[in-house]
Design a protein around this ligand. Structure first.
Ligand SMILES: [Mn+2]
Length: 303
């Protein structure tokens, strides 16, 4: 389904078979084009395809890391078809699919789609790791108990993760409801609002200290400032810059084991490919922080 002039294979990175077959690849890109509960702009269903298309135009040599990250092998599996039985049915489908890749010892990168899909992945990771915490990068708290008639809305995903008994650490937030503010003060959830990240020096060490040894990373692209990431369903001013985000991720990856991640909520703007490209580069660059790239098709250093 390539829709640009690029002749490379349609997979993340546009990789030849040697570096993209499921058997040898260490990293799985799982596209989940789901946006059934989106409340403002719809269109995140188009996110995964836009990211994969953009990724085929990435420079695969990473300037900062001075390496070709794709050599660990990155395979792109089939899109997960949305089920019509509602969000809880979709979460079961996602959990089962993620579980399959974890059993195959792959490093999972789930590409959304709306943020509600994170819960399905978390449920699979929870079965595998008993010391998991979730680093939740998002402009919004997503801590509502219910939203627009469902407890599985994108606006509730943080709350549902906490309900699973998994520590949730939020960063980059700059929008929340009264209900969510009350919930945070009652429960003492660790949050690092965007404003604090701009103004105080001590937050980074505190944030890393609040993470457990193994971390699932969930990146809602609206954590970034709309000046560099306008293509999200619910943009909020005052977000992180590209370098603030990747520096944070570098520090986390250097001090904790990131065991899986998702990048969600890209809502492509036709005619502006820059956000699609940013999302693709973010995934590729963060993988560089996580994987061991010394050997072609080699192991992921965290396992
Ligand atoms: Mn959000």
């Amino acid at each position: 389904m390539p829709d640009d002039a690029n002749q490379l294979p349609y997979n993340f990175g546009g990789l030849p078979k040697r570096f993209s077959s499921y058997e040898t690849a260490k990293v799985v890109i799982l596209p989940v084009p789901y946006d059934q509960t989106t409340s403002y702009l719809t269109g995140t269903r188009d996110g995964p395809r836009a990211i994969i298309t953009a990724s085929r135009n990435l420079e695969l040599f990473d300037e900062e890391l001075e390496t070709e990250i794709y050599q660990v092998g990155i395979t792109t599996v089939e899109e997960l078809i949305p089920v019509m039985s509602g969000p809880s049915g979709m979460l079961r489908v996602i959990e089962k699919e993620v579980n399959r890749h974890l059993e195959a010892e792959k490093f999972l990168v789930m590409v959304g789609g709306e943020h509600s899909i994170t819960l399905g992945a978390i449920r699979a990771f929870k079965k595998r790791y008993d010391d998991l915490s979730v680093l939740f990068l998002d402009a919004h708290a997503d801590l509502r108990d219910e939203y627009q008639g469902t407890p599985y809305s994108h606006a509730c995903v943080g709350r549902r993760i906490i309900d699973e008994g998994i520590p949730l650490i939020q960063a980059g937030r700059r929008s929340l409801s009264k209900e969510e503010a009350d919930y945070i003060s009652q429960t003492g959830i660790r949050t690092y609002p965007a404003r604090m990240m701009q103004e105080k020096a001590a937050w980074l060490n505190q944030l890393i200290d609040s993470l457990s040894a193994r971390v699932y990373l969930s990146i809602d692209l609206d954590v970034l400032d709309p000046s560099c990431m306008p293509a999200v369903g619910t943009p909020e001013p005052g977000g992180l810059s590209w370098y603030q985000l990747i520096d944070l991720l570098k520090d986390v990856a250097g001090q904790r084991q990131i065991v899986g991640l998702d990048v969600v909520e890209l809502c492509p703007h036709p005619g502006n490919i820059s956000p699609d490209f940013l999302a693709a580069k973010l995934i590729y660059h963060v993988l560089g922080y996580i994987v061991d790239f010394d050997t072609p098709l080699g192991k992921i250093s965290i396992f």
